[in-house]
Design a protein around this ligand. Sequence first.
Ligand code: SF4
Length: 262
Amino acid sequence: MNRKFEHRAEMTVRRKVGRAVHHYGLLREGDRVLVAVSGGKDSLVLLDILRKIPDWAPIRYELVPFTLDQGFPGFDAAEVRRQVARLGLELVVERAPVSEILACKAPRVSTPCSLCSRLRRGAIYQAAQRLDCHRIALGHHADDLIETLLLNLFFTGELKSMPPLLKAEDGRNVVIRPLCFLFEQEVAAYFEQLGLRAVNAGCPDRQILLRRRRWIKDLLQEWEKINPRVRHSLLAALQHVRADFLLDPRLLSGTACRPGPR
Ligand code: SF4
């Protein structure tokens, strides 16, 4: 990668992460932030950029890089530790029996991903408490948000995605997504210049998740032939919700529109 391209990739990441942090108040002075590091590109980029923000912005906080070893046979936690060490940080690794629970439930669940996500989320929330972290940073990027929006529209009948800042149901943890304005390609370009190695989660069911996501990705590529900026438009739509022009009675402001007694 030439220097000019590297510089542009870094500037894009800085600008968009800076905008997200500022716009949604994702980080506060003195925060102790647990950074969920799966070992994939997105989480390593997240960790790297969070470590660099104090170099150019007047804010100080502490990072706790954290990996949840879910017990999948092909996962190499030691390799994640090595990659994190190359960023000058020390990784905390904890083991949770996610793969074992999934194996027990396998005959009763058709897709393990929602149960797996719930178990992982619970384990990460608990770890954040133990490690005295106030915020949990996740590496979801703009394409994840858009794909989640479309998956929910097509399969669950809900108009929702993943928010940049979320107070968790337990009322104690605050989840943040500083990469929310960055597209996958921008994350990948930046990752390339870091010279790190992405580590596979080792999940045997990964193909199930990828198949569904693949369908949405193919759809987006088709739409891009009609409108090359369709991803930008979908991301902008998530930031400009016109609640009065939807059908949810809880969000309609005109009293005439409120459903009366039956
Ligand atoms: S792909 Fe595997 S690790 Fe990812 S959510 Fe599904 S079951 Fe869990």
